[in-house]
Design a protein around this ligand. Structure first.
Ligand SMILES: Cc1cc2nc3c(=O)[nH]c(=O)nc-3n(C[C@H](O)[C@H](O)[C@H](O)COP(=O)(O)OP(=O)(O)OC[C@H]3O[C@@H](n4cnc5c(N)ncnc54)[C@H](O)[C@@H]3O)c2cc1C
Length: 401
């Protein structure tokens, strides 16, 4: 019943099973729905998502078509596509310069709610998440808790049917766009640190909650610090049991890491870089050609790894290593491509560096390469640093010996 209530907004459509037929349907839709303005916004993406207004328009169009959450189970609003079809769809979005969506909710919280939420929570939160009415930000990191996430000190104290939350979250991507936050907060500090955390869904319009911008290296406003001053959160907005937030957060991060820097995104940046190399013609060093070829090979290997994750591995609760491998490989490859683009831009990038930081300024190609390079530095930090991912992978290897 509840599943039907959610699915009714986006009944899965029958799609051709062969690649060519599937892509023909996707392309026909893109031809009419993906306007030049949206493609432009996709091309201009510097950080983790495109211009937010373009994101909202594209989100809505995909929702109306029933294609906003291909990875979700069909009964909850997913598409019912095979792993290969999801992979082809992502790649086509990137090849056609679709906006990079602001969909942390759909990517990570949605699957967690489907697994761990109560039926009432699913009904309340999944459809607005799919439609784009609700945009979600992630409130995990704090000034004193990043890689060592168990150090969280933002406190929630039970007061009747609510918690009163006090403290602060930092580096919160899109807190200025989101109307909801999923967060972990401290509810107990008597035992092991991990055992005193609770997972809450917090309305960003709650009295006592404030958002302060943090400006990134490239002059962009993408993340924030969020302050809580006696913010009241109903107990009904808790996922899992009180003090079981660590289990919820670990599972959520596992779901999010599996597709944080997808191959499609890396492919999009590599294509741009190859175009820049072509435009530079004779002026590029022969070594650039070699590195382009090496990156292309690495991308092909990454695509295969991702496809295997889509097929079975990335959503299995016990498998910690594969999501970390995908996040690590994708983010480091992304940086290597951005570095090569910077090199191709050469003196033009250096000369225009000072244009960066002027919010809304028209950047030329050199400045764009510089700005992109600076933004992508963050890719090996957010959603767990590369060192953290290597620790997870090594831990699994050693545990299995
Ligand atoms: C662009 C961007 C967006 C972000 N968005 C969000 C968001 O939306 N929500 C959110 O909650 N957080 C967000 N973050 C925060 C991000 O998750 C943290 O920055 C990250 O977990 C690292 O924590 P930290 O910055 O405190 O660094 P630290 O944990 O202090 O790490 C500093 C350095 O020490 C290394 N290190 C730490 N511990 C170990 C160890 N045990 N072994 C080896 N090396 C170690 C790290 O790898 C790193 O190089 C974002 C960060 C960035 C850059």
């Amino acid at each position: 019943m509840i599943h039907q209530a959610i699915a009714s907004a986006t009944e899965p459509e029958e799609m051709p099973q062969d690649d060519a037929g599937f892509l023909a349907v996707v392309r026909a839709f893109f031809d009419q729905a993906l306007t030049p303005e949206l493609r432009q916004a996709g091309r201009e993406t510097l950080g983790v998502h495109s211009d937010i207004e373009a994101c909202k328009v594209w989100h809505r169009r995909l929702f109306e078509r029933g294609w906003i959450a291909p990875a979700w189970p069909a009964e909850f609003g997913g598409t019912g596509w095979s792993a290969r079809q999801r992979f082809l769809f992502d790649r086509e979005c990137a090849r056609q310069d679709a906006p990079v969506l602001f969909i942390g909710g759909i990517r990570s919280l949605g699957p967690l709610l489907i697994e761990q939420g109560t039926p009432e929570q699913r009904v309340r939160f999944l459809t607005p998440m799919l439609s784009g009415r609700d945009l979600w930000c992630q409130g995990f990191s704090e000034p004193g808790a990043g890689s060592d996430l168990a150090a969280i000190s933002t406190r929630a104290v039970r007061d009747g049917d609510s918690y009163l939350v006090n403290g602060s979250k930092i580096w919160t991507t899109g807190a200025h766009h989101a109307n909801w936050m999923f967060a972990i907060v401290r509810t107990d500090d008597s035992g092991k640190r991990q055992q005193g955390l609770t997972f809450l869904l917090i309305d960003m319009t709650s009295p006592g909650l404030s958002v302060k911008p943090i400006i990134g290296l490239a002059g962009d406003h993408e993340f924030n610090q969020v302050f809580f001053d006696d913010v009241r959160v109903p107990v009904a907005q808790r996922i899992g049991a009180e003090n079981d937030g660590w289990t919820m957060a670990k599972r959520l991060m596992q779901l999010a890491r599996s597709n944080n820097t997808p191959a499609a995104l890396v492919g999009r940046v590599l294509r741009r870089t190859a175009e820049a190399a072509l435009a530079a013609g004779d002026q590029i060093e022969p070594s650039v050609r070699t590195r382009l070829a090496e990156l292309m090979i690495a991308l092909e290997a990454f695509e295969q790894l991702e496809l295997s994750g889509f097929a079975d591995g990335s959503m299995r609760p016990g498998d910690q290593a594969l999501p970390s491998m995908l996040k690590l490989t994708g983010s480091e490859l992304h940086q290597q491509v951005a570095e090569l683009a910077m090199e191709i831009a050469g003196p033009q990038a250096a000369a225009t560096l000072e244009a960066i930081g002027l919010a809304g300024a028209e950047l030329d190609d050199g400045a764009k390469a510089s700005a992109k390079h600076l933004c992508v530095r963050a890719a090996t930090i957010y959603s767990g640093t590369s060192e953290t991912q290597r620790n997870v992978i090594a831990h699994q290897i050693l545990a299995n010996r």
